[in-house]
Design a protein around this ligand. Structure first.
Ligand code: ADP
Length: 264
C-alpha cells in the first residue's frame, strides 16, 4: 500500500515529538516499499531473459524439421547455459532472503587466514585462465566474530570480482590485519576499476557498471549486495576505493572474536 499519511502537530510537547517520529517512520516504510517493488521488477526481468532464450531455442529445434544434429546440440547446450544462469540467480536470491530473515546466524570465530587459503585454492583455476596472480599478506590473530558461511560468501564474492573484473596478467592482493577490537580485510586488484559515480551504487541489488561484461562473466549484480548484507549483519562495514594506477580495493572491517566469548 501507499504510506502517505502525515500527522501535523505544532509545539514542542510530547505529542508533537510523537508525530515527528511517526512521520519519519512512514517515510522509511515508503522507501522500503519502493525498494521492494523495484526489486521484484528487476528480479523478474533477470529471470525472464534466460527463460525467453530457453523458449526461443526450444521452438527453433522443434519447428525446424530439417535441423542438423550439430546445430540442435549447440542449441541444447545454450539451453543448458540458460538453465545454469537461472539456478545461479535463484541461489543468490535465496541467499539474500536468508540474510534478510537473519536465519542460521549463530556467530562463531572465523579465522580469515584459513578462509583466504580455502577460497584462494577454490578460485585458482579461474585466476589461471587469465594469468592473474593471487597474492596474500595475512596478519596475526585475524579472527572475526562472524559465521563460516557468511565469511565464505564475503570473501568469495570479493575475490571472484577482483579476478573477473581484472585484466590479463593482472594481480589480486588480499590483506588482513588485526586492529585492536577489529579486523581489517582488504581485497585489491589491478582491474578495470569502477567509475567514481558508480561507486555508491554497486552495492545495490542488480546494479552493474557494465552489464555485458558482468553477464559474460556469469554475474547477476547480486554478489556485492549479499556481501554488504552479510557484513552489516555481523556489525561490520564495507567500503570501496579507487587504486592507482588501476583497479579498486574493497575493505571489510569486522569485530574481532574475543577470547572470553568462547567460554560462553
Ligand atoms: P556481478 O554479479 O555483476 O559481478 P556484483 O554485485 O558482485 O555483481 O558487482 C556489481 C558490479 O560492480 C559489477 O557488475 C561490476 O560492474 C562492479 N564491480 C564489482 N567488483 C568489481 C571490481 N573488483 N572491479 C571492477 N568492477 C567491479
Amino acid at each position: 500500500g501507499e504510506y502517505t499519511h502525515r500527522i501535523s502537530m505544532d509545539g514542542h510537547d510530547e505529542l508533537a515529538q510523537l508525530a515527528e517520529e511517526f512521520n519519519q517512520l512512514t517515510g522509511r516504510l515508503q522507501v522500503t516499499e519502493e525498494e521492494r517493488r523495484r526489486f521484484v521488477s528487476d528480479a523478474s526481468h533477470e529471470l525472464k531473459t534466460p527463460l525467453a532464450s530457453i523458449r526461443l531455442l526450444t521452438d527453433s529445434i522443434l519447428q525446424d524439421a530439417s535441423i542438423d544434429r550439430d546445430t540442435a546440440r549447440e542449441f541444447v547446450a545454450d539451453i543448458g547455459e540458460a538453465a545454469d544462469r537461472l539456478i545461479h540467480i535463484s541461489q543468490e536470491l535465496l541467499e539474500l532472503n536468508r540474510l534478510d530473515e537473519g536465519r542460521d546466524m549463530a556467530q562463531e570465530p572465523v579465522d580469515w587466514t584459513e578462509q583466504v587459503e580455502k577460497i584462494g585454492r577454490m578460485l585458482a583455476p579461474l585466476a589461471e585462465e587469465d594469468r592473474i596472480t593471487l597474492e596474500t599478506d595475512l596478519g596475526e590473530d585475524c579472527i572475526v566474530r562472524c559465521n563460516q558461511e557468511d565469511a565464505s560468501q564475503i570473501l568469495r564474492n570479493l575475490m571472484e570480482n577482483a579476478i573477473k573484473y581484472n585484466v590479463t596478467g593482472g594481480e589480486v592482493l588480499v590483506t588482513t590485519r588485526r586492529q585492536g577490537a577489529r579486523v581489517l580485510l582488504s581485497v585489491a586488484d589491478t582491474g578495470v576499476g569502477i567509475p567514481e559515480a558508480d561507486m555508491p551504487r554497486i552495492f545495490e541489488r542488480f546494479y552493474r557498471v557494465d552489464k555485458a561484461r558482468s553477464r559474460a562473466a556469469g554475474g547477476t549484480g547480486l554478489g556485492l549486495s549479499i556481501v554488504r548484507d552479510a557484513v552489516r549483519h555481523h556489525g561490520g562495514t564495507i567500503t570501496v576505493q579507487a587504486r592507482q594506477p588501476a583497479g579498486v580495493v574493497f575493505t571489510v572491517i569486522l569485530p574481532a572474536w574475543r577470547e572470553e566469548e568462547s567460554g560462553g
